[in-house]
Design a protein around this ligand. Structure first.
Ligand code: AHR
Length: 495
C-alpha cells in the first residue's frame, strides 16, 4: 500500500539536468508515419507543404519543440540501404517493406529529405544504422556522407546531390532490436558486432563527438544490459538503449478505444513497470559506470494496442484516448526522476503509428491527448530536476495495486519551479499535498482531462481534449495543494 498523496520536494545541491532529449520522437518507415504522415510529396496540390512535408505537421511539432527525431526505424532500419534513398527520385529503386505490411517502398523519402526536414523542424536527427543486413562499409559511408566537410568519395557524392555543407549528425543508433528483428543475435555476439561497426563510424566533423547508441534490451532482459556494459569500450558508446511498450498481452492487446476497466488497469501496470525497468537497468549500469557517463536511452516507449478496425494490421494505426495521456504523463515523470541516467528517450511513433502525437486523414490533422501532455511537459526541457519523495494512494484492481499519483519537478533557467502531477485513477479524484522547500507563489496551473476516460480527439470533433486553466490548485507559503480529478495531468508553475 502506498498511503497518502504526499509529495516532498528535496532540492539537490548538485544540478541534475533533465535533458530535453528525453522528449524525443520516432519516425519509422511504417504504415502512414513517414508517407502520408510527415511527407505527402513535392507534387501534392491539396495539402500545404514545404518540400513535400506537411506544413500543419511542421507547425505542430515546432510547438512541441521536439528535441530529436529517430529515423528510419525500428525494424525497418536493419533492412534499409541508405544509398537507395539518395539522388534523383525517379531513378531510386523500389524495395519491399518486409516488416510493415509488405508494401512497396519507393525510397522517395531518403537521407536528404529527412535531414532537411529536421532542419525545418529545428530538431536533431537520430539516425538508426543498419547492422542487421548492412555492411560495415555501408554504415561508415553513411557517416561520411552526412558528416564530412572536406573532399571525400561520400561528401563529393552528397554535393552532387545538392547539399554542400554536412548536416553534422550527432546521434547514431548501431542497429535496432538486435536481439530480435535486427538479427536475432545474442548479447555476446552483438557486443562484438557493435565494437566492429562503431569503430568504423568515424568522428568526421564538429559534432562534438559521435553519440553512438547501442541497441538495447527488450524490457526486463537484464543480461543484455549487463553484457553490453561489460563488453563495450566506453570510448565507443554514449548510450545503451531500452525498449518497453505498455502492452496488456502481446497476443491480446485490446482495442485502443473500447478497452475494459481491467484492460485499463493492465495498461497502467505495464506502463508503471517502466519505473522498475529504469531502476534495475540503471543499477546494472552503475556497477560498471559509477560516474553515469553512459546514458540509458529509452528509444522506444508508448502504448501498443490492436490496430483500428479496417486498417492494415501491418500499419499499427491506433486511436489515442485519455489512457494514452496517462501513459505519457506517468512515463515522463519516471524519466524526469531518473534524469541522472535516462538522458534520451523516443516516444513511438510521431504520426499515425502506435502512441502518436499527431493523426492525419487527407488534409485534416489532429493533436492527440498525448500531444498535449508533451506540450505541457516542455517546461521540463533542460531544466534542473528537483528530486522528490512521494507516497501515493493505491489504484487497485482485483487485489493488485499500483500508485495512483505520480509526480516530477524541476527548476528552469529563470528560477521557476514546475511540478507535473498525474492521477491515473479512473474513478476517484486525489487530494495531493506538495511540501515545497521554500515559500512560493502559484503562477499558473494547467489541467488535461476529459468527461470520459475513453474520450479522444477525432477528425470530426476536432480538439475536444486540450489543457485548460485549473482552479483547483492552491499555494499557501511552503505548501501546494491540489485536487486532481480522475485520469488527469496537471502542470503547475510556481515563482
Ligand atoms: O515501433 C514499432 C516497432 O516496435 C519497431 O520497429 C521495433 O523496433 C519495435 O519492435
Amino acid at each position: 500500500a502506498y498511503g497518502q498523496n504526499m509529495v516532498t520536494l528535496t532540492p539537490s545541491e548538485k544540478p541534475i539536468p533533465i535533458s530535453r532529449h528525453i522528449y524525443g520522437h520516432f519516425a519509422e518507415h511504417l504504415g502512414r508515419c513517414v508517407y502520408d504522415g510527415f511527407y505527402v510529396g513535392e507534387g501534392n496540390k491539396n495539402i500545404p507543404h514545404t518540400n513535400g512535408v506537411r506544413n500543419d505537421v511542421i507547425a505542430a511539432l515546432k510547438e512541441l519543440q521536439i528535441p530529436n527525431l529517430r529515423w528510419p526505424g525500428g525494424c525497418f532500419a536493419d533492412t534499409y540501404h541508405w544509398k537507395d534513398g539518395i539522388g534523383p527520385k525517379a531513378s531510386r529503386p523500389a524495395i519491399v517493406n518486409n516488416w510493415w505490411g509488405g508494401v512497396t517502398e519507393d525510397n522517395s523519402f531518403g537521407t536528404h529529405d529527412f535531414l532537411d526536414m529536421c532542419e525545418l523542424l529545428g530538431t536533431e536527427p537520430y539516425l538508426a544504422g543498419n547492422v542487421g543486413s548492412g555492411e560495415v562499409q555501408e554504415l561508415a559511408d553513411w557517416v561520411q556522407y552526412v558528416n564530412f566537410a572536406g573532399n571525400s568519395p561520400m561528401s563529393d557524392l552528397r554535393r552532387e546531390n545538392g547539399r554542400d555543407k554536412p548536416w553534422n549528425v550527432k546521434f547514431w543508433g548501431v542497429g535496432n532490436e538486435s536481439w530480435g528483428c535486427g538479427g536475432n543475435m545474442t548479447a555476446e555476439y552483438y557486443s562484438d558486432i557493435y565494437r566492429k561497426y562503431s569503430t568504423f563510424m568515424a568522428d568526421w566533423s564538429n559534432t562534438g563527438g559521435l553519440y553512438r547508441i547501442a541497441s538495447g534490451a527488450n524490457s526486463a532482459d537484464y543480461h543484455w544490459t549487463e553484457t553490453l556494459m561489460k563488453q563495450l569500450p566506453k570510448s565507443l558508446v554514449k548510450g545503451i538503449a531500452l525498449h518497453h511498450y505498455a502492452v496488456i498481452d502481446w497476443n491480446k492487446k485490446g482495442s485502443s478505444i473500447t478497452y475494459t476497466d481491467e484492460q485499463y488497469f493492465k495498461t497502467m501496470k505495464s506502463a508503471w513497470f517502466m519505473n522498475e525497468l529504469v531502476e534495475k537497468h540503471s543499477a546494472i549500469m552503475d556497477k560498471y559506470d559509477a560516474k553515469k557517463d553512459v546514458a540509458l536511452v529509452v528509444d522506444e516507449w508508448g502504448g501498443w494496442y490492436e490496430v483500428e478496425p479496417n486498417t492494415n494490421p501491418g500499419f499499427l494505426y491506433q486511436q489515442n484516448t485519455m489512457r494514452d495521456a496517462m501513459i505519457a504523463g506517468m512515463t515522463l515523470n519516471i524519466f524526469n526522476n531518473h534524469a541522472d541516467r535516462v538522458k534520451m528517450a523516443n516516444l513511438a511513433q510521431t504520426i499515425n503509428v502506435l502512441q502518436a502525437v499527431i493523426l492525419t486523414k487527407e488534409e485534416k490533422m489532429i493533436k492527440t491527448p498525448t500531444f498535449h501532455v508533451l506540450e505541457m511537459y516542455k517546461v521540463h526541457h533542460d531544466a534542473n530536476l528537483i528530486p522528490l519523495r512521494i507516497s501515493s494512494q493505491d489504484f487497485v484492481w482485483n487485489g493488485e495495486a499500483i500508485p495512483a499519483v505520480s509526480a516530477s519537478a524541476s527548476q528552469d533557467k529563470n528560477g521557476r519551479t514546475h511540478i507535473s502531477l498525474v492521477n491515473i485513477d479512473p474513478k476517484s479524484s486525489q487530494d495531493v499535498t506538495v511540501a515545497l522547500s521554500k515559500a512560493q507563489k502559484l503562477q499558473s496551473a494547467r489541467l488535461l482531462t476529459s468527461a470520459n476516460l475513453r474520450d479522444y480527439n477525432d477528425f470530426d470533433a476536432g480538439d475536444r481534449i486540450v489543457p485548460k486553466a485549473f482552479k483547483g490548485a492552491k499555494v499557501d507559503k511552503q505548501q501546494l495543494t491540489a485536487k486532481l480529478p480522475p485520469f488527469s495531468v496537471l502542470v503547475v508553475t510556481l515563482d
